[in-house]
Design a protein. Structure first.
Length: 327
């Protein structure tokens, strides 16, 4: 037994000496400490929900804690900008959305960061469809009927949103552009308030996140008209798409993407991409996302980059048409 212990000790010592002889860069193994995942919105927001679902599964896979940091403010710009200015050491990541990553580059006069040069894509984590709805007692039963009614009664339709420059506004602005119609935008501070305005009859329709619409649909208070995805959502299979209503160019989703500071090493970005894709494929993760009317997406960093560029091309003229400019 003593001889066996001596041999083991000698082998361990040799391994230790070999390790010590390596350069410092070779000794470093990522991750060697906690990883921070910054959410530029408050607790309970959609990005926060998906961040916590991912963190729970990523931590054991990476062998280190994944800590959620909520840095809300300025329409998501505060937290997004903080990560853009962070060191690319592989210990700070971001999960942000359409606005701070694309739309705000057009709407803000002086955005304090550039998401296309100061951040690098990791993975498109998930998406949440918007659903256009009216009150259950409305005479309108489809998007075609809504468009026809707006054309027949210009200026007499209002729609609610979750704020100026939000997807719930810009999605309708895109609809207005493509159908040559007009409706007055009434912004609210949250999706529950936007839905309340619709229920109270303060507005005639709204196109907001499914998680806010569907409970009222199930309660018999709202009627759905269309879903904003390219194909019918498996979470709401009975709701037709805009394309099915003859509007193929109208497609928008509230998406959530994981990003890293631009100087983050490619090897770390690729590892994080692989791990998140693996987590998104887990059955229990899918079920948790489905419960929030979110769908996992995944894919490569390049696919996310291409997607963001497409979003910029499609939405820039829509945003400029609205005249939105935030100082």
């Amino acid at each position: 037994m003593m001889r066996s212990w001596s041999r083991a000790a000698a082998a361990a010592l040799a391994a230790l000496l070999w390790w010590a002889a390596l350069p410092a860069s070779a000794q470093a193994v990522w991750p060697s400490r906690a990883i921070h995942l910054v959410v530029p919105y408050g607790a309970g927001s959609s990005p926060d929900v998906i961040a916590r679902i991912l963190a729970e599964k990523l931590s054991p896979r990476l062998g280190q804690p994944v800590i959620i940091e909520n840095r809300a403010g300025a329409g998501g710009n505060n937290g997004t900008g903080a990560v853009a200015k962070s060191a690319g050491d592989g210990y700070t990541f971001l999960i942000s959305t359409n606005g701070p990553l694309v739309y705000n580059t057009v709407m803000y006069e002086k955005l304090p960061y550039n998401p296309f040069t100061e951040l690098r894509p990791v993975v498109l984590a998930g998406g949440q469809a918007s659903i256009c709805a009216v009150r259950a007692d409305s005479d309108i039963h489809s998007i075609k009927e809504l468009v026809a009614a707006m054309k027949k009664n210009p200026g007499k339709f209002n729609f609610s949103s979750t704020g100026v420059g939000s997807l719930s506004q810009l999605g309708v602005e895109l609809l207005k552009v493509k159908t040559d119609t007009f409706a007055v935008h009434i912004p609210y501070a949250s999706s529950p308030l936007a839905i309340l305005a619709l229920l109270q009859g303060d507005v005639q329709f709204a196109c907001v996140a499914a998680v806010a619409v569907m409970p009222q649909v199930k309660a018999g208070k709202l009627r759905t008209l269309a879903v904003s995805t390219a194909q019918r959502s498996q979470l709401t299979p009975d709701i037709p798409t805009m394309k099915e209503a003859g509007l193929p160019e109208i497609e928008n989703v509230a998406w959530m993407a994981v990003m890293a500071p631009a100087s983050t090493p490619s090897a770390i970005v690729e590892r994080m991409n692989q791990e998140i894709n693996a987590v998104l494929a887990l059955p229990d993760v899918k079920q948790k996302l489905y419960a929030q009317y979110m769908e996992p997406i995944g894919g490569s960093p390049q696919a996310l980059q291409n997607f963001m560029q497409r979003e910029l091309r499609v939405m820039t003229p829509v945003i400029r048409r609205t005249g939105i400019k935030i100082e």
